[in-house]
Design a protein around this ligand. Structure first.
Ligand code: ATP
Ligand code: MG
Length: 363
């Protein structure tokens, strides 16, 4: 089920008499059932999906935008809305902390780094954790994984099983919750992304991963003469992902490699920069930079953020995927929350704290 304000005839009637019930039926057949989905679409997309006229589509999109977004709002209302944003754990408490709680739904998060810096390992860990219920650090929905490098076929599924087992998650369930597609080239990747709406609705997807976003584009479009075409294709894919994130309340995670800076600015700071230029930088709300560290550790920082501090934390790659530096991660057991509840009860009713069995035997 897609969350949001349902499209009903009543809503349209009040605003525009001409939008008949048949239009709503056409929307429903195409899987467009909420005002949010409509508001984040372009009229052209609606025409392609439903066969309605461009004029009706323009009216419908505009109306939906007016209904879900009344225009200016005070910052306190915005703040309370943002406070409710659901976050998915990365697997490391430290990494979650610098992200303000984890990977957010509704926006695009970019994982940037050199080869072997931990981007795919983060995607794998997120894929295992996202289907967990919210109280266990997940988003409570399925994951779509668009794999441009064939990682799944090169041992990726075994790795997912290993991460799930290490975290006490049923590995069969974990694999069933991940919907995988291999993108064979940039046009194929574009088609897969354009078709995400239906898949996300049908399977209640809460996280979409593209690993890696730029690999095909960089390999296929060589030389400066092809740059405009390449950036156009990239912009089309990012636009679709942004609308999907906003309309369906999905978290989007993209990976990206780095390339040497060519404008000389690298002499002072990081000699490398994320690929994809301004098009990529503008679409991605949260950008995480990875660096290789000693042994199995990696350094991660949130860069270019207007509200998150640029603090580097150390994480580790272990059998449980991405974890804290010392290999620890949030372990959730069946009775988690039990003691907290008791503490609350004790406060309210002045009851003595019960002692857990394992506490009695431990020294
Ligand atoms: P690329 O740009 O090449 O795709 P990446 O950033 O996606 O690189 P990852 O695949 O995330 O790289 O990380 C690879 C690293 O993860 C390697 O150093 C590898 O040793 C480590 N790794 C992979 N599997 C395990 C595992 N089961 N246990 C511990 N470390 C592992
Ligand atoms: Mg990778």
């Amino acid at each position: 089920m897609t969350n949001g304000t349902p499209i009903t005839l009543e809503i349209f009637k009040g605003e525009d008499e001409k939008l008949a019930g048949t239009t709503i039926t056409k929307f429903a057949k195409a899987g467009i059932t909420t005002m949010e989905q409509l508001a984040y679409s372009t009229p052209r997309e609606m025409v392609e999906l439903t066969g309605i006229s461009i004029k009706t589509a323009e009216k419908a999109v505009l109306l939906a935008q007016q209904i879900i977004n009344p225009g200016f709002i005070t910052a306190d209302i915005l703040h309370s809305r943002l406070d409710q944003v659901t976050k998915c754990s990365t697997g490391s408490k430290q990494f979650d902390r610098i992200l303000g709680g984890g990977i957010s739904v509704g926006v695009i998060t970019e994982l940037i780094g050199e080869y072997s810096s931990g981007k795919t390992q983060t995607c794998f860990t997120l894929s295992v954790l996202a289907p967990l219920p919210r109280e266990r650090g997940g988003l409570g929905g399925k994951v779509v994984f668009i794999d441009t490098e064939g990682t799944f076929e090169k041992g990726g599924t075994e790795r997912l099983i290993q991460i799930a087992k290490a975290r006490g998650i049923d590995p069969d369930e974990a694999l069933k919750n991940i919907i995988w597609a291999r993108a064979y080239n940039s046009v194929h990747q574009h088609t897969l992304i354009q078709n995400l709406d239906g898949i996300c609705r049908e399977h209640d997807v809460k996280l979409v991963i593209v690993d890696s976003m730029l690999a095909h584009l960089r390999g296929e479009y060589l030389g400066r003469g092809t740059l405009a075409e390449r950036q156009g294709l990239l912009g089309g894919m990012l636009g679709k992902l942004l609308r999907l994130a906003g309309a369906n309340k999905v978290a989007i995670v993209l990976t990206n490699q780095v390339q040497a800076k060519v404008d000389g600015s690298g002499a002072y700071g990081d000699p490398n920069q994320a690929a994809g230029g301004h098009v990529m930088a503008h679409a991605c709300t949260i950008r995480c930079r990875f660096w290789k560290g000693r042994a199995n550790t990696r350094l991660v920082s949130v860069i270019d953020s207007s509200y998150l501090p640029e603090e580097k934390v150390r994480v580790a790659i272990t059998e449980a995927g991405i974890t804290d530096e010392d290999g620890s991660f949030e372990e959730i057991t069946e009775d988690d929350g039990f003691l907290e509840t008791c503490v609350e009860l004790e406060k309210v009713m002045n009851l003595p704290l019960p002692i857990k069995e394992e506490d009695e035997t431990s020294d």
